[in-house]
Every structure is written in C-alpha cells, then in structure tokens.
Design a protein. Structure first.
Length: 238
C-alpha cells in the first residue's frame, strides 16, 4: 500500500528549503501518473495532488474512471486532468509526455505505475502474452522515461513501481516478474546517467518498506511451483 515515507522520497526538491512531507511542498510542480484510473495509481495521484502538484491522470480505456479520479482530486482542492495514452504503445507513451508539457508547460515527476500481471505457468505462456506484458510493464515505461528525460525539470523525479516478487523468487508468474526485474535494471541505469544532469530515477517496490522491511507478502508455504499455482488471464490496466 501507499506509504507516506515513499511520498517524501519522491518529492521533488524545489530548492526553497521546504520540509519534506508538508502540504503544498509540490506546488507549481507537474506530475504524470500512468495507469491512475484506479488502484495504486489512483492513490498516488491523489497524494501528489494533496502535496500541491498538478497531476495528469493517465488511463488507457477507462475515461469515466479517470474523470472520477480527477473530480475527487478537485473536490479536495487539488488540480488534475485526465489524459489517454496506451503505455504499451511507444508512440503513445511519448505523446503522453509531450502533451503534458504542451498543456501544462513543464514536467517534474513521472510515475510509471501502469502494469498488467499474468499468473500462468511457463509452459502455458504464449508469445502474444509475453510480448504484451513486456510492452506495458517495461517497453512503454522505458520510452516514457526517455521522453521525460528530455524535458523534466532539474530536481524532478522519475519513479518506477516494481514488486517484491523479483527478490523473493515467487513461482508461477515468470513473465510478469521478468518485466518488473527488467524495469528495475532500466531504472538503475537511467538513474545513474540522469543523475549527472540533476535528474533522478528510482524504483519503488510494492509491498516493501523504504527501509527494506518486507510487508504483506505471500507466506513462504504458499510459494508453490508453476504446476500448483492457479493460472489466470492477464490483468489489464485501465
């Protein structure tokens, strides 16, 4: 779940000596949250707005849900707008960043949250499913970061959400975990390069506290092999 200390970790440094975590600390900042029409993305968008940022609520198909998120933010005095883009499409991922800058004049924070999961055994995963999950979870975010790196303000943040499953060896979701492990590696490389220019990449691992303490994960006895783990269809972000 969303943790307040993570919010402080991704807060853009505005250079004016404001304390981290204070209301309005992101005033005048612009943030994109991909896959923000529900779930964790919605919570992140809401928190960024509470901190004063103008938030772009990205969605793929669920326009009504995205508009409801915007309405909720605005009802609390925040600023937000809904913007459609399919993060599995490189051209649309780039367009999301460009359109944000065109409409709002700047970009300070990019949160790559949009993702799909796939709980299927290795032997049953199709090429189409493999390509789709990598497109949404790794390829799209990579090119969104590429576009953002060209325009993001000094002191800004690029945040990539991952999963603790990449560190726990969970079975039954090899393709999904592969995408998140790939995103973590892309994040580290981009962060090292962008840091030279005063820009930062960092990944946040869903379910792991900022200090490395694992919380809320599947008990060890439930970490079964592919043959016993229930199979399921890909969960699409909306």
């Amino acid at each position: 779940m969303w943790q307040s200390d993570e919010m402080m970790s991704i807060k853009a440094n505005d250079g004016q000596g404001q304390e981290e975590g204070t209301m309005g600390s992101l005033a005048q900042k612009v943030a994109i949250v991909t896959g923000a029409s529900g779930g964790i993305g919605q919570a992140i968008a809401g928190r960024l707005a509470e901190e004063g940022a103008t938030v772009v609520v990205n969605y793929r198909k669920s326009a009504a849900k995205a508009k409801a998120v915007v309405a909720e933010i605005e009802s609390k005095g925040g600023k937000a707008l809904a913007m459609q883009a399919d993060m599995s499409d490189v051209a649309e991922a780039r367009r999301l960043v460009r359109d944000t800058v065109q409409r709002l004049g700047r970009l300070d924070i990019l949160v790559n949250n949009a993702a799909i999961s796939l709980n299927k055994p290795l032997v049953d995963t199709t090429e189409q499913e493999f390509d789709q999950i990598f497109a949404v979870n790794a390829k799209g975010p990579y090119f969104a970061m590429q576009e953002a790196a060209k325009v993001i303000a000094d002191g800004g943040r690029i945040v990539n959400l991952s999963t603790g499953g990449t560190h726990l060896g969970l079975a039954g979701a090899t393709a999904y975990l592969g995408t998140k492990a790939a995103l973590e590696q892309l994040d580290q490389g981009i962060g090292a390069r962008a840091g030279v220019q005063g820009r930062y990449g960092q990944h946040r691992v869903t379910g792991i506290h900022g200090h490395g303490n694992v919380v809320g994960f599947i008990p060890r006895q439930r970490r079964t092999n592919d043959a016993t783990r229930p199979a399921g269809k890909a969960q699409r972000y909306c």
